[in-house]
Design a protein around this ligand. Sequence first.
Ligand SMILES: NC(=O)c1ccc[n+]([C@@H]2O[C@H](COP(=O)([O-])OP(=O)(O)OC[C@H]3O[C@@H](n4cnc5c(N)ncnc54)[C@H](OP(=O)(O)O)[C@@H]3O)[C@@H](O)[C@H]2O)c1
Length: 315
Amino acid sequence: MNAKEFGKRGWTPERLGSLNGKTYVITGANTGAGFEATKILLSKGAEVIMLNRNEKKSNQAIADLQEEFGANTKVSFIQMDLATLDSVRNAAQKVTNTVPKIDALICNAAVAQVAKQAFTSDGFESQLGINHYGHFLLINLLFDKVEQSNGRIVIVGSEGYKMGLKTIQFEDMNWDKNYHPNKTYCHSKLAQIMFAYELQHRIKKANKEVKVYVCHPGASKTSLINKDTPFMTRVTWSILSASPMVQSAEKGAYPEVMCATENNLKQQAYYGPTGRMYWGGPVGECKLEAFALDRAVAGKLWNVSEKETNCQWNF
Ligand SMILES: NC(=O)c1ccc[n+]([C@@H]2O[C@H](COP(=O)([O-])OP(=O)(O)OC[C@H]3O[C@@H](n4cnc5c(N)ncnc54)[C@H](OP(=O)(O)O)[C@@H]3O)[C@@H](O)[C@H]2O)c1
C-alpha cells in the first residue's frame, strides 16, 4: 500500500464510514494530535475514552467536544500519568472495569525534547519513562481487552526514531553520561516502535488476532515543543510552525486515525505523511529503516521493559 492507493491526497477522514458502536481508548488526547484524532472519531459516531494526565485540561477538552458534537457525544476521561507506573495500573484497572470493549488503543501521548535530564516517579529518564515504559505497561495491562474485540494497538512514533543513536542504549538507559534533549527523545521513540514490531511477531506466533500499527504525524502544529524544551528549539520551532512546512494538528492526526480504523494495513510497516522529509503531504506508507526491525535489540528491550515495569507478557 502507498499513499496513491488512497488517491492523490492520500488517506483522509473522508474514507471513514460510520463508527457507531466502535470504542477507542487514546492517551494524551486533551490537546494536539490526540485531541484532533478524538474529534475525528467522535464526528463519525464512535465512543472515545481519553487517558490524560491533567484533569482541568481534560474537562475543558470534553466541554469543547460537547460544544461541537452535542452534550450526548460519547467522550470521557480517565486520569492517567504515564510518568507514574501506579497511575498507569490504576487507569488500566478502571478501563478494564468500565469500558466494555476496545477496538483500538491509540498510544499517542508523549513528551519531547526535554531540556534537562528529568526522571519519572519510578526513576526512569522522563522521555523513555513516559513515552515507552508507560505505554509498554498500559498495553500489557489492556491487551486482553483489545484481544476480546480482535482490536488494534496504534503506536504514534516519530521520524525522530532515525535521528538519534539508531539503537537502544542498554548500558545507560537513563542517559546519565550523555543526556541530550533530542537524541534522548529519539531513543524513546525508537524504543516505542521497536517494541511495536516485536509485539507483532509475538502476536503472530501466538496465533492471536490483535493487530499493531505504527505511524508518525509528520511535523504538526501542536504543543509538543513547550516550556520544557530548550530555548533554541522553541525559537526554531516557532519560525518553522509559522511556515507552510508545518501542517495543522488535525492533519497530524490522520495517520493515527487511519491506523485505528482502516482495513488491510500492513504489519512491519510505518505510516504517515509521505511528502518532503515526511513532514506533510499525502498520508500513506513511509520507508522504514532496517535497524527498527532488529529483533535481537527488540528482544532485549522487551526483557528490560518487563523488568523495569514489573509486568510479564504471557506469550
Ligand atoms: N507535533 C509533531 O510535529 C510531532 C512530530 C513527531 C511525533 N509526534 C508525536 O505525536 C504524538 C502527539 O504529540 P503532539 O504533537 O500532539 O503533542 P502535544 O500537543 O504536546 O500532546 C501530547 C499529549 O501527551 C500528553 N502527555 C504528556 N506527558 C504525559 C504523561 N506523563 N501522562 C499522560 N499524558 C501525557 C500531553 O498532556 P498535557 O497536555 O497534560 O501535557 C498531551 O495531551 C506524540 O507521540 C509525539 O511524539 C509529534
